[in-house]
Design a protein around this ligand. Structure first.
Ligand SMILES: C[S@@+](CC[C@H](N)C(=O)[O-])C[C@H]1O[C@@H](n2cnc3c(N)ncnc32)[C@H](O)[C@@H]1O
Length: 401
């Protein structure tokens, strides 16, 4: 590589790194794959008004350059799904995975990795691509912009027969719980016996039990894989809308993509065996009702108690959850979630679903919504909670939805 190409490559690293958000200079240097700090500094200076120093030692692309970001994601137009734990990779992570190896000969199954799938589809990487994901809004949005095969699929269901053994590579990112890994890795084995599997693995201090859970997951993988390698902190995630509001409620605003994970890569044995017993979680029936970009999810299977309020707060008077973790005790107690961090309890969820269905069919106008809520035959406290829930004034502060 001559000096000019080398310089261009390092400049490209700087630009790609900054596309994922603001970075400390040290992180920027780390993103430049060994380029010396003084060279990175020189490049920053030569990028002139394209980059700005947002605070001491924190760098960002100027807005005009962000708009020209490499792949404007269709998924950035929708809010996150707290039920399906939609944490999407940053552009920087998608690029790192793109650069892992030459994908040209790979038939790739993207299992619960819609953002990465979109990145690959847009750049036409791989011999063929299929996305399998449960989120109906995600599969609908991506089907509108991408012509590959996109399948709305629940990993708890048997794999469609036509998919078995069709792939040379599966890239999956399950919700970070051990019981999910057993199931998702079994589906990966069915999709690509003898193929390569890339799977995210949560960090050791994610929760008190996570160091042990990682060991268990890796041990189980060793029985079916001929080799395994772990790329530490290779994956970086955008903050989903529901977490954005939960962090903001806690007073943490302006946080960049803080969540990191390892990427485990392994080659499945052709003789690998299916898991003897799989005990996927029960299947709570979450119904989604949307109001503009706000996504509401109500678990209609929770028992009904018409004596209690239709809609109430459970988090010490707050509508917003302290964290999106499934292990969060309060999350166990709520049956209404939103893409903006709400966690509420309905004593009659089926009735609530009916009411929300009715309201969502009305024209989206905040004055008429107030009137509609006022006319509902429900207790006054529930009306107040409903008003707060449906207030449409959050989207601006979120910025990207
Ligand atoms: C942690 S996110 C991973 C997204 C990935 N990091 C990306 O950027 O492409 C989990 C994904 O799995 C999907 N998902 C969750 N539960 C699922 C299930 N039971 N079956 C299929 N997909 C599921 C979600 O819709 C979401 O897209």
């Amino acid at each position: 590589m001559n000096d000019a190409t080398y310089y261009d490559k390092v400049t490209d690293c700087v630009r790609q790194a900054l596309l994922s958000g603001s970075l400390r200079f040290c992180d920027l240097v780390r993103a430049c794959q060994g380029a010396y700090p003084s060279l990175v500094w020189q490049i920053l200076k030569e990028m002139g008004p394209q980059v700005i120093s947002v605070r001491t030692d924190v760098w960002s692309l100027a807005t005009a350059n962000r708009a020209g970001a490499r792949v404007p994601s269709a998924l950035s137009t929708i809010e996150g799904n707290p039920v399906l734990q939609s944490w999407y990779f940053t552009d920087r992570t998608c690029l790192r995975i793109e650069q892992l190896w030459n994908w040209a000969s790979h038939r790739i199954a993207f299992l619960g990795t819609p953002r990465l799938y979109e990145w690959f589809a847009t750049a036409n990487l791989g011999e063929s691509r299929v996305l399998l994901d449960l989120d109906p809004l995600v599969t609908r949005i991506l089907s509108a912009s991408v012509t590959d095969q996109i399948v709305q699929y629940d990993v708890r269901d048997p794999l469609p027969e036509r998919m078995a053994g069709q792939f040379t590579c599966v890239i999956c990112d399950p919700p970070w719980y051990p019981e999910e890994y057993a199931l998702w890795l079994e589906r990966a084995r069915e999709l690509a016996s003898g193929g390569v599997v890339c799977v995210s693995l949560f960090p050791v201090l994610t929760r008190p039990s996570s160091a042990h859970e990682r060991q268990v997951i890796l041990k189980a993988m060793r029985t079916n894989f001929s080799f395994l390698t772990t790329l530490t902190e290779f994956l970086e995630y955008e903050i989903p809308s529901f977490e954005f509001f939960e962090l903001a409620h806690f007073g943490l605003t302006g946080l960049g993509p803080w969540k990191l994970a390892d990427l485990v890569i392994g080659q499945l044995n052709t003789s690998s065996e299916g898991a003897a017993t799989l005990s996927p979680n029960g299947r709570p029936a979450w119904t989604e009702i949307d109001f503009g970009t706000l996504r509401l999810f109500v678990n209609g299977t929770a028992g009904s108690n018409p004596e209690g309020p239709l809609l109430a707060t459970v988090v010490g008077g707050s509508d917003i959850l302290p964290s999106p973790s499934r292990r969060e005790p309060i999350l166990q107690a709520v049956n209404v979630l939103s893409s903006r961090g709400h966690g509420l309890l309905s004593h009659d969820p089926l009735h609530l679903i009916n009411i929300l269905d009715g309201l969502s069919a009305k024209p989206a106008n905040s004055v008429s919504m107030e009137d509609e809520i006022g006319r509902l035959n429900i207790d006054p406290d529930s009306k107040e909670v409903l008003r707060r829930l449906l207030r449409q004034n959050h989207s601006q502060s979120l910025g990207r939805v």
